[in-house]
Write a protein that binds this ligand. Structure first.
Ligand SMILES: [Zn+2]
Length: 650
């Protein structure tokens, strides 16, 4: 591993963040302006490169072979036949377009721009005269619209279109898709709201999309409609369709809810959109309700990976502490929604805990959703796979990652997140710059008349983050570096002088800077052994192993032939001394942890139920084997088989 300082920034435009509050928004932090944060090397840059070279290219092909583009052509009348796939097929097109848009911002490319234009034309042609657009409904619906909004995803598709249109406008300056979005948004404004059709879509996302479209166009009607959609929930609208409301996040009004519940993606897309509304309207009561729900989610309904959604049944959150590892759902899209929500809460409050969850979720709940090759995906992300696991459904992880799904929400969602990742690195607060995520690259901000920072790090393998001030600006300003909550014992220096770094807070340095000043943050990279609240019964008596921002797992290919991952037991005291070893040859280059483990005595021989002893049986004679644990995100890239994050104590 070498730490290479990034090349000086170029003038190439790069993405402004998804969710970019207006200057008047009630937020503590703003994303850095367009083109100002770039990841230029290291861990995430490699993932972004693969996303660009493999995922976005194959995604373009999949939109054709899976029928998404043909559906739009049929709706436009330029092709004939039956539309294919689920009712939200258009949303896959829009998420892919958004990915391509952010990607063009990262690095302009005529081929990508050509694809954007080609697909924009296909989308535009399908749009009805009055702005309505939903290809599947247009063809299958016999002229009917919005007759079953709890299920029809018509607003959901619109929301994704708005996000794509904004991304493409921000990075290319082209208005083709934005024109389509505005026409559809105007149609929604004319159709929905108080005194009009008082209905909400069963699947939120239009709220986020409308607020972003407001930010891009200045049309306040879009913000007002988003606000109405947020406030209309929880008042029986969906129940009037004979549906049970919990699944749809419609049981309790958003501003009264104390936790997240129901379908996990719907729930966090709604809260993310509500956070956008709260930011733009200065609604402190709504923000307080969202804070409460975020705390409820993170204290009782979040996996150690950051994944959310414990139940396969209806892709839902479980009850409090219902977080079983083997049938964890933890949909890749839910992880993305959680990142989107936490990002908005971070902007609103400037609190490190939100950036902490973004980090945990990106590395351990989002990234496992895509293969190292960038072409295959997990829909669900269990924390344990048993020997002989059964492939019961298309989305089962027991299949291994798959190139696409009949319900293909996750793949293009992963693409757009990787393409826009630069935006989550840093923010500005007027007279300061905050670094939230650590990656080699450059950050420019308007603070103090214009500053530029160069960050170099081998994170997440190494804990040293070096920030060099390239353009010092004028006068005093504050540089803030997030010290993650897990980083007890972090140290830091400013221009060579030691300063205090406290876990779970920003390291704040306010001074008049000179070009060449360096702040160095050293995060402790020892092994951390964690256990869950005992109310998480499913993993009681088990521990997980973390290092830096990464959660680790034990996977079968790394175990001796006569030891199945199911039977691994550990002793906590022994784990604390586990060595980290960087293995450039393994899984694209990972640091493994050499864990001493034990075989469960009698695990495979005794009866299913046995007389209980007064004390746990003494297993001092159990043989110790040292096995490499790998970062959980990298599992299932060699073969699909037994794996576990939670390791029972011997
Ligand atoms: Zn999904």
């Amino acid at each position: 591993m070498t730490t290479t300082a990034p090349a000086p920034s170029t003038t190439t435009p790069a993405p402004v963040a998804p969710a970019a509050p207006t200057a008047d928004a009630a937020v503590a932090l703003h994303p850095v302006p367009s083109g100002s944060a770039r990841i230029t090397g290291g861990f995430w840059h490699e993932r972004q490169d693969v996303n660009r070279r493999q995922a976005i290219r194959t995604g373009y092909e999949k939109l054709e072979t899976a029928g998404n583009l043909q559906n739009l052509r049929i709706a436009a009348g330029t092709a004939t036949g039956e539309v294919r796939g689920p009712i939200f097929m258009d949303s896959d097109v829009y998420k892919w377009l958004e990915a391509a848009g952010w990607e063009y911002g990262r690095e302009p490319d005529e081929e990508v721009l050509g694809w954007i234009r080609e697909i924009t034309d296909i989308v535009a042609a399908a749009q009805a005269e009055d702005g309505y657009l939903d290809s599947v409904q247009q063809v299958r619906g016999n002229g009917e619209r919005y007759v079953d909004l709890p299920w029809s995803h018509e607003h959901y598709c619109a929301g994704h279109l708005f996000q794509a249109a904004v991304a493409i406008h921000r990075t290319t300056g082209e208005t083709g898709l934005l024109d389509v979005a505005v026409k559809l948004a105007d149609h929604l404004v004319a159709t929905f709201g108080p005194g009009k059709t008082e209905e909400v879509d069963g699947h939120p996302v239009v709220e986020m999309g409308l607020v972003e479209l407001y930010r891009e166009t200045g049309n306040r009607a879009y913000l007002d409609l988003a606000q109405w959609f947020v406030d209309a929930r929880g008042h029986g609208i969906i129940e009037q369709h004979g549906k049970e409301p919990t699944y749809f996040s419609d049981r309790v009004p958003v501003r009264e809810a104390s936790t997240v519940e129901g379908h996990s993606v719907r729930a966090v897309y709604l809260t993310a959109g509500a956070a956008d509304v709260a930011a733009e309207t200065g609604d402190a009561e709504l923000l307080a309700a969202l804070t409460r729900q975020w705390e409820g989610m993170t204290s009782t309904k979040t996996y150690v990976t950051g994944g959310i959604g414990a139940r396969w049944d209806w892709e839902q959150f479980g009850d409090h502490y219902e977080l079983g590892p083997d049938r964890a759902y933890a949909e890749s899209c839910a992880a993305i929604g959680s990142v989107q929500w936490s990002w908005r809460m971070l902007l609103a409050t400037g609190e490190t805990r939100y950036a902490d969850l973004v980090e945990r979720t990106l590395y351990n709940a989002f990234l496992p959703g895509v293969s190292l090759a960038g072409t295959e995906y997990f829909y669900v992300n269990p924390l344990q796979m048993r020997a002989g696991a059964h492939t019961d459904e298309e989305r089962s992880a027991a299949h291994g990652r798959r190139p696409w799904f009949d319900c293909a929400c996750c793949p293009p969602n992963i693409m757009r997140t990787l393409s826009s990742l630069d935006a989550y690195v840093a923010t500005t607060s007027g007279d300061g710059v905050q670094l939230h995520q650590y990656a080699t690259g450059t950050v420019r901000a308007d603070a103090a008349g214009g500053v530029e920072l160069a960050v170099s790090t081998d994170y997440p393998w190494d804990g040293t983050v070096r920030v060099e001030v390239r353009e010092p600006g004028t006068g005093e300003w504050e540089l803030a570096l997030r010290v993650p909550g897990w980083a007890e014992g972090a140290t830091a220096t400013v221009a060579g002088d030691a300063v205090e770094a406290t876990a779970g807070q920003y390291l704040r340095v306010r001074r008049t800077w000179s070009a060449g000043d360096v702040v160095e943050l050293v995060l402790p990279m020892g092994v951390r052994v964690v256990e869950a609240d005992p109310r998480v019964d499913a993993v009681r008596g088990a521990v997980a192993v973390e290092r830096g921002p990464l959660v680790y797992c034990v996977e079968q290919p790394d175990l001796p032939a006569d030891l199945v991952a199911d039977d691994v037991r550990v002793r906590v005291a022994e784990l604390r001394g586990a060595r980290a070893e960087h293995r450039p040859d393994l899984l694209g280059g990972v640091s493994v942890l050499q864990l001493p483990v034990h075989r469960a005595l009698g695990a495979a021989t005794g009866p299913l139920y046995r007389p209980a002893a007064d004390e746990a049986p003494e297993q001092a004679e159990a043989e110790t084997v040292e096995v490499p644990a790998i970062p959980y995100y990298a599992w299932a890239n060699r073969e699909i088989g037994p794996m576990r994050v939670w390791l029972p104590r011997a």
